[in-house]
Design a protein around this ligand. Structure first.
Ligand code: NOJ
Length: 622
């Protein structure tokens, strides 16, 4: 009887265009608490944990040398704790010539001096663990730096015991006796994947820069050295796991030419020759069995060029015992031309594409024992609010950053945030010239365009870089409105230029403002945990796939079917009507759980939300 009455009352209230349903005031520490008996109690901690990627060179500099460091990071650990971060992923901090920002390691057991020392890592672990937080390091073991001792030995002679730890091949010669590399492959940073070594008269393989020679995982001694020297060393010091770089490129398929897809270049795109090769699952399983599993270490692998769910599942199926999670890049790569050649020729895309890709990577684990991740920023991609939101005015910037937050926190899988996402950091200003782009990939693509002599290609590449370059996410973190944005001391020269907008976009300005993007992130990260059975673990059903303005979907508790949340995100500049929430929730009592709109009307009109520009809301029926 009571249920019937409340149903009638709710429906009549919602159908009225003048009524305003009360949002649930979820006092995060009080009224609604995380339901321990939600059926997911036995799941590993990392599934509903919030991971946060720190790019250490740009996070916080403690000693005024313009380069972020570990003491700086430690000084901000309470900031991360208050935000709601559970696990800190630190991008590479090991000794390195920094040709690719530390993704070129010359000693896995030493810390690059400007970052600090190994004692600083111990301090970071202690301070994190004291707060019940965890720390994972970036494991870069597809390649080393050419300055690594292993490579120096390997290149010293053909008979060196470590010769086979890297991939060496003889040259090919054409009928004129001209020397050519063993294959025609193009590397990730433009140019060939092979470099000639004068001393031993062979080529070595490098999928990335010539400074980053690929290790030979076929060699068992080399694999064991990787486990011992890199992983076990850090696990024994107390790290909680790894983000594993280029995890699907260790098993090469063979050394034959790729088909010619770019007749203007001698170097052809060939990722199928090294992604997901014949022994890859054997290698990852071995890594898990020998190293990760005995320590209970969490693992998240970078899985590029693997766009089919049937290829992804074997890496993350629990039964396979390989990786806990992977990053699949279809959504974050939207707008890029491709992974290789035309990557920086910007391709506009409709919202329906974003929606269908989100659907694909939300639903692929349903009914399996696999698990997935949620992320929209990292150090290899430009800023989400500049790419998927609207930075045309301050108001639109703020609204769209919150709507993106709501999109992310309502998706199934483990959530990863990237530094600065929580304050809506934007791309570098469009007025900045190419000299502000420091990344090896940006430089490689730009140089290639210039060398082609094609001015239109140069123009398009510059345009693409201004939208998509990796540099955008690497500029100094904006802590406050003081000189150098509080990233480093006032007189110092930061290693990358500080954003022109740092006085308006920074933590200090947002920390005490209840309407800020930062405050919103804090709130919704708590909400995500409180409603984890639906938001973190729920199923996903896309609504109205062809609507190019409103992104709407239903999340449902798979253990208690019928318990639902409806997420409606207006991803446009105009007011929009959302779907009929009342019917979607089968006439149950819809409640507004959260809205990005802290002011103004939250009315439903005939059961449908009227969303102002860039407004997002979540309704629940429980
Ligand atoms: C992926 C990393 O995320 C990227 O930054 C790096 O350049 C390549 N792997 C090479 O390690």
């Amino acid at each position: 009887m009571y249920k019937y009455l409340s149903y009638v009352l709710t429906i009549s209230m919602l159908l009225s265009t003048t009524s305003t349903p009360e949002p649930c005031t979820h006092d995060t520490m009080g009224s609604i608490t995380w339901d321990k008996d939600d059926g997911w109690a036995g799941e590993p901690y990392w599934k509903d944990a919030v991971f946060y990627q720190v790019y250490p060179s740009s996070f916080k500099d403690s000693n005024g040398d313009g380069w972020g460091d570990l003491p700086g990071l430690i000084s901000k650990i309470d900031y991360l704790h208050e935000l709601g971060v559970d696990v800190i992923w630190v991008s590479p901090i090991f000794e390195s010539p920094q040709k690719d920002m530390g993704y070129d390691v010359s000693d896995y057991q030493k810390i690059y001096e400007p970052y600090g020392s190994i004692q600083d890592v111990d301090n970071l672990l202690r301070e994190a663990h004291r707060r019940d937080m965890k720390v994972i390091l970036d494991l870069v073991v597809n390649h080393t730096s050419q300055e690594h001792e292993w490579f120096k030995e390997s290149r010293s002679s053909k008979s060196n015991p470590k010769r086979d730890w890297y991939i060496w091949k003889p040259a090919r010669y054409d009928s004129n006796g001209v020397r050519h590399p063993p294959t025609n492959w193009r590397g990730y940073f433009a140019g060939p994947t092979w470099t000639w070594d004068e001393l031993t008269q062979e080529y070595y393989l490098h999928l990335y820069a010539p400074d980053q020679p690929d290790l030979n995982w076929e060699n068992e001694e080399c694999r064991n050295a990787i486990y011992e020297n890199t992983m076990l060393f850090w696990l024994d010091r107390g790290v909680d796991g790894f983000r594993i770089d280029t995890v699907n490129k260790y098993s090469k398929k063979g050394y034959t030419d790729a088909p010619i897809t770019d007749p203007t270049s001698p170097h052809q795109s060939a990722p199928e020759m090294w992604c997901n090769g014949p022994r890859i699952h054997e290698f990852i399983h071995e890594m898990n069995r020998k190293v990760l599993a005995p320590y209970g270490a969490v693992s998240v692998g970078e899985l590029s060029n693997t766009p089919h769910p049937h290829q992804v599942i074997p890496y993350v199926s629990a039964a396979a015992q390989e990786l806990d999670m992977v990053f699949e890049f279809s959504v974050i790569r939207l707008g890029t031309g491709n992974i290789l050649g035309p990557k920086y020729i910007y391709q506009p895309f409709p919202l329906s594409k974003l929606k269908s890709l989100t659907e694909k990577w939300q639903t692929f684990v349903a009914g399996t024992d696999a698990w997935t991740t949620v992320f929209i920023e990292n150090h290899d991609n430009a800023r989400a609010v500049s790419r998927f939101g609207d930075t045309s005015t301050e108001e639109m910037w703020k609204r769209s950053a919150k709507t993106i937050a709501l999109w992310q926190i309502t998706l199934t899988g483990t959530l990863f945030l990237y530094q600065g996402q929580e304050i809506g950091m934007t791309n570098m200003p469009a007025s900045w010239g190419i000299e502000e782009y420091k990344d090896v990939e940006s430089s490689g693509f730009y140089a290639e365009a210039v060398d082609s002599g094609d001015t239109e290609r140069v123009r398009k590449t510059l345009h693409g870089l201004s939208h998509l370059a990796r540099d955008h996410s690497r500029i100094p973190f904006q802590w406050d409105g003081s000189a150098n944005a509080g990233f480093t001391s006032a007189g110092a020269e930061p290693w990358m230029r500080v954003h022109d907008e740092y006085r308006s976009i920074n933590v200090a300005r947002q920390r005490d403002d209840p309407d800020s993007i930062l405050s919103f992130y804090k709130e919704v990260l708590k909400l995500r945990k409180q409603h984890r059975e639906v938001l973190v673990f729920g199923t996903f059903e896309l609504l109205d796939p062809d609507n190019e303005a409103v992104f709407a979907y239903v999340k449902e508790d798979s253990k208690r079917p019928g318990k639902k949340a409806v997420v409606v995100l207006n991803m446009s500049k105009d007011q929009q009507m959302g779907p009929d929430i009342v019917s979607i929730l089968d006439g149950e009592m819809p409640q507004l759980l959260i809205s990005t709109n802290s002011e103004g009307s939250l009315k439903l009109s005939n059961g449908r939300p009227v969303l102002r520009a860039w407004e997002g809301r979540v309704y629940v029926n429980y």
